[in-house]
Design a protein around this ligand. Structure first.
Ligand SMILES: C[C@@H]1N[C@@H](c2nc3ccccc3[nH]2)[C@H](O)[C@@H]1O
Length: 448
């Protein structure tokens, strides 16, 4: 290994209560909301094909036009209690809100940048009421913060000369001040979700990123921060030059999921996902494939089955309301979560051999293993192969506790048949297992 001053300082996952809480939540709601929602992916009658929150970088959008949009930002229909209530109904246990995206517009009245909500017609802080409403609904809040800041005069993508370096130093002070301001204003938040850390100016100062992370932990112990914040002194990101994860969880899974357990290298991780192919902020015209509730449920279940968290993104309109497609998703996902949430919360990798019908999820620290069935076989037979020295002692439908009688088809291998093969939502079976040989005989299953 290479001697590193600013690489990973911990080997293996965090084992403290704050991280265990993050791990138990499993399902989050991402919210991308800002002045870009006014443009909504369009300008002068033209449609922007990129991600709506990036429209300022579009050649058809003059910077000075975009930079005046905040004068129209007036979310008269913003209702934080309603936002929190629908997130709770969906089954989300945490929420990540864009405090400031790449454009630099702050949703809170920051002392360190005039480009903030106080300068808009709305005037009032948006973050405070949101955080209070979500916390009251029992939902933890994490703050998204973009390091890239197109509005700040000292932001430099790269440092080419002494003047750049002086600006870069001023910018680092600005970032530190804003983050401390957010922690001081919103003490109940549980962590930061950093973004926009790929520019050379950031990743070439690994020491600063390391000091910043330690500074934030010192003023708010227990903060959960992913791998996007840090770089080591050689410019390596997410994984240091010795291949060790920096930060508290792998945060690279953006619009993609790992396929198998080996892909996550034993690390905590989180995936963030858009409903359309690639829109985070509000875009009036969604193009391409829009994911259904079942597709999103499969991503959530697959993430938990591989010991990760899954965060679904929403892009509220400029007036503070959610588009119908997003409201319908929250309702439909929530209906399934209401019945089957037990398979998700505190879920983790089960250690069973993957089968075609779907995914296994173990309730952390227990002998309970859930089977979440997405692909009903025409045979009607759901194959279950027990891991070594693990025995089946009970099988039932999660939804109504109806017991199932497995058919033994080999050494510790079974077929399970559902009462009926028809379902237009995923079906959950609860397996009770035991690692004690004795139970095998006493189990309620006759030998074949
Ligand atoms: C969580 C997501 N990260 C931002 C982003 N910007 C990117 C530029 C290039 C490649 C990937 C990007 N993701 C997106 O705007 C969104 O906030």
């Amino acid at each position: 290994t290479i001697a590193l001053q600013h690489g990973a300082h911990r080997i293996g996952n965090r084992t403290d209560a704050d991280m265990a809480r993050w791990r138990s939540l499993r399902f989050g709601q991402f919210i991308h909301w800002g002045v870009y929602a006014i443009a909504g992916g369009e300008w002068n009658g033209k449609v922007y094909n990129g991600a709506a929150e990036w429209i300022r970088s579009w050649k058809e959008m003059p910077h000075e036009e975009y930079d005046k949009l905040y004068r129209q930002f007036n979310p008269v229909n913003f209702n934080p209690q309603q936002w929190a209530s629908q997130a709770k109904d969906m089954g989300a246990k945490y929420m990540i809100i864009t405090t400031k995206h790449h454009d630099g517009f702050c949703l809170w009245p920051s002392k360190y940048s005039k480009y903030n909500i106080a300068a808009s017609p709305w005037k009032k802080d948006l973050l405070g009421p949101m955080i209070d409403a979500y916390n009251k609904a029992g939902i933890d809040v994490y703050l998204y913060f973009s390091i890239i800041d197109w509005n700040h005069p000292d932001y430099r993508p790269s440092l080419k000369n002494a003047a750049d370096s002086a600006a870069g130093k001023r910018f680092q002070v600005f970032v530190k001040n804003q983050l401390a301001e957010l922690l001081q204003r919103y003490p109940t938040i549980k962590g930061f979700w950093f973004d926009g850390t790929w520019d050379a100016s950031w990743k070439n100062d690994g020491a600063f990123t390391d000091e910043l992370e330690q500074y934030l932990q010192s003023i708010h112990p227990g903060l959960v921060m992913g791998s996007r914040l840090r770089a080591d002194e050689k410019g390596a990101r997410h994984f240091d030059s010795n291949g060790r994860l920096m930060g508290d969880y792998e945060q690279g899974w953006e619009r993609k999921l790992p396929e198998k357990i080996e892909d996550v290298h034993g690390n905590d991780w989180e995936a963030v996902m858009t409903v359309p192919e690639n829109q985070w902020g509000y875009h009036a015209k969604w193009m391409g494939h829009v994911k259904s509730a079942n597709e999103i449920l499969e991503m959530l279940v697959k993430s938990v089955s591989l010991n990760g968290n899954f965060v679904l993104n929403f892009g509220p309109k400029a007036d503070g309301t959610f588009r119908k497609e997003e409201q319908d998703l929250m309702t439909n996902i929530g209906a399934w979560m209401k019945v089957n949430g037990d398979a998700i919360y505190n879920g983790t990798y089960a250690g069973f051999e993957k089968q075609d019908w779907g995914y296994y999820i173990r309730k952390t620290g227990t002998d309970s293993v859930y089977m979440v069935v997405f692909n009903m076989p025409v045979s009607g037979n759901l194959r279950v192969k027990m891991p070594a020295r693990t025995y089946l002692t009970g099988v039932s439908m999660l939804q109504n506790n109806v017991p199932l009688t497995p058919e033994l088809i080999g050494r510790e291998e079974y077929f399970l048949r559902l009462p009926n093969k028809q379902s237009d939502v995923p079906v959950v079976i609860l397996l009770k297992t035991s690692t004690k040989e004795g139970n095998k005989e006493g189990g309620n299953f006759e030998k074949a």
